[in-house]
Every structure is written in structure tokens, then in C-alpha cells.
Design a protein around this ligand. Structure first.
Ligand code: CAA
Length: 283
């Protein structure tokens, strides 16, 4: 099962980063989003991120031009169905993801492999709604995709060995490192990372430290490249909360209770960098 064409659904931070690395690795990519403006912005962002790589000598000028020419943008979901591999990278809401797979179903060619970049949801449940659960699995990239080395591979209960190996080969061609996670809420990285962020929000909520001191502590005291609150802003507080809720409901343990301050920020629409306001003010 050789993969040459990839359809990426969702042109947000993750979708555009995924399209970026796929195109550089030689795949022909169709990047789809319902919002035409978001697709345009994503293509521009991919261009500027590649410029940065050229300026730092990571890739050549010609390589960048070729990679950009391999990315096609669309707002039309059916066009994704002809790809060898589909990577769904829409918002972290199960109903949204299910609707995408439902809408895509009639347009899929017989051998297409479906994957979701979900950061927490059950792969088996998402796959169970499709006609082809043996050709479905989790493929979870980290943000920023062009920089982060890791990709989590998650099998659903019905995922076939052929599907798994074909997707693993894609990760290898991207030059990234795969780890295999079982299909439990939030897999490995977010099972550990997001409760740490939630604990940092509790630390702020309980007045143990200021935003600055909490982040400074983890940067200088634990050598994290970003403090947990800065990282929460970077990931998106809505995404952090969605993942905490999946952990809380899925594992039924009060230790995963989302911090009320995190809930309040999300209710206020202070979602982090993407809206220029979160634990920090970017305006
Ligand atoms: N595209 C291409 N290159 C990029 C980039 C992008 N979007 N963003 C950063 N870079 C490159 C820069 O060009 C730079 O390259 P060089 O090393 O060649 O100079 C390098 O990355 C470092 O960037 P900067 O110098 O601009 O900034 P920095 O040193 O502060 O690093 C960071 C930025 C890489 C984001 C770093 O702060 C970091 O690693 N932060 C933690 C990120 C993290 O934890 N991600 C995981 C989030 S969790 C997740 O993704 C899972 C989930 O489901 C929620």
C-alpha cells in the first residue's frame, strides 16, 4: 500500500503544519477547510515558515518552491476522497470530526486510509462510525509540526496491520520518530502534558505563584522550553480544556478535574495566542 497523495482536512495550526512537512517530503497534498480565508492564510503561513527554513539553511530555495507547488488548496470536501491517505486535523470536537468522516464517506476511493490527528478522542469510536474501520487509525502530530520530532501512532481495535505499516512508512519518510500509543484517552503525550498544564492553572488559581513565576519556575527549574501557561496559550486553552474533559470523563478520576480558572478563561473567549489573549496578553 504506497501512499503518494494526502488530503489534509482543517487548515488551522496543525493542518497547515502537517501539509508543510508532507509537501517537503514529496507528497502531493490537498489542504481543505470550509473557511476559504483560513485556507488562504494557511498557504501564506506555510510559505513564510518555509522562508524561515530557507533563511536558516535548513532547506534550499528550489526545494521550497517545489514543496509549495505540491500543495493544492480547496474548500470542497469531496476532492479529498481521491487521496491515498486522509489526515483529519479539524477542531477537537467529536461531533465535528464524525460529521467530516460521514460527509467524506460517499467520495472515498476504495483503498483510502483514514487517519485522525485527534489529540485525545477514542480512535475505535471514530473508526466505528466509518465503513472501513480496518483502514482507520490515529496519527497525532505535535505543534509546531515542522519542528517537533514526535508523532504518536494509535491503532483502533479494528486497524489492520497493512494500514498501520503504511502510515508508519509515511512518518518515516517525513523523517519523524513514531511512538505507538494504545487507544486510551489522550494517548501518551497529552495524558502527561495536559494534566501538568491543568496543575499549573491550579497553581495560579490558588495563588501559589504569578503567571510569570510559574512559567519561569518550569523553564529554569525543569528546563522546559516554554512555561506551562505559555504552552497552554500556544496550544489553545479550548483544546487544553477539551482534552482535560476527555480525561476526566474517560478515566472517571477526580484527579483530572479541569481547573475552574481554565474553564472560566475558555468561557471568556480567552483562548490563548490565536485570539491574542490567554494567560498572557498578546495585543
Ligand atoms: N515552522 C518552521 N520552523 C519553525 C516553526 C514553524 N512553525 N516554529 C519555530 N520554528 C523553528 C525556528 O525557525 C527555529 O529554527 P532553528 O533552530 O533552525 O533556529 C526553531 O524552530 C526554534 O524557534 P524560535 O527560535 O523561533 O523560537 P524558540 O527557540 O522559542 O522555539 C518552540 C519555539 C520550538 C515552539 C519552543 O518554544 C518549543 O519547543 N516549545 C514547546 C512546544 C511543545 O511543547 N509542543 C508540544 C505541544 S503539545 C501538542 O502539540 C500535542 C497536542 O495535541 C496538544
Amino acid at each position: 500500500m504506497t501512499i503518494e497523495t494526502v488530503g489534509v482536512i482543517g487548515a488551522g495550526q496543525m493542518g497547515s503544519g502537517i501539509a508543510h512537512v508532507l509537501a517537503l517530503a514529496g507528497y502531493r497534498v490537498t489542504l481543505m477547510d470550509v473557511d476559504a480565508e483560513r485556507v488562504r492564510a494557511a498557504i501564506a503561513k506555510i510559505g513564510s515558515n518555509m522562508e524561515r527554513q530557507v533563511a536558516r539553511g535548513k532547506i534550499g530555495d528550489e526545494e521550497q518552491k517545489l514543496a509549495l507547488s505540491r500543495i493544492r488548496a480547496t474548500t470542497n470536501l469531496p476532492e479529498i476522497g481521491v487521496s491515498d491517505l486522509v489526515i483529519e486535523a479539524a477542531t477537537e470536537k467529536e461531533a465535528v470530526k464524525q460529521k467530516i468522516f460521514d460527509d467524506l464517506a460517499p467520495h472515498l476511493k476504495p483503498m483510502t486510509i483514514l487517519t485522525s490527528n485527534t489529540s485525545s478522542l477514542s480512535i475505535t469510536r471514530l473508526a466505528g462510525r466509518t465503513q472501513q474501520p480496518e483502514r482507520f487509525m490515529g496519527l497525532h502530530f505535535m505543534n509546531p509540526v515542522p519542528v517537533m520530532q514526535l508523532v504518536e501512532l494509535i491503532r483502533g481495535i479494528a486497524t489492520s496491520r497493512e494500514t498501520f505499516e503504511a502510515v508508519r512508512a509515511v512518518v518515516e519518510r517525513l523523517g519523524k520518530t513514531a511512538v505507538v500509543a494504545e487507544d486510551f484517552p489522550a494517548f501518551i503525550v497529552n495524558r502527561i502534558l495536559i494534566p501538568m498544564i491543568n496543575e499549573a492553572v491550579y497553581t495560579l488559581y490558588e495563588g501559589v505563584g504569578s503567571v510569570f513565576d510559574i512559567d519561569q519556575s518550569m523553564k529554569l527549574g525543569a528546563n522546559h522550553p516554554m512555561g506551562p501557561l505559555e504552552l497552554a496559550d500556544f496550544i489553545g486553552l479550548d483544546t487544553c480544556l477539551a482534552i482535560m474533559n476527555v480525561l476526566h470523563e474517560g478515566l472517571a478520576d477526580s484527579k483530572y478535574r479541569p481547573c475552574p480558572l481554565l474553564v472560566k478563561y475558555v468561557e471568556a473567549g480567552w483562548l490563548g495566542r490565536k485570539v491574542a489573549r490567554g494567560f498572557y496578553d498578546y495585543r
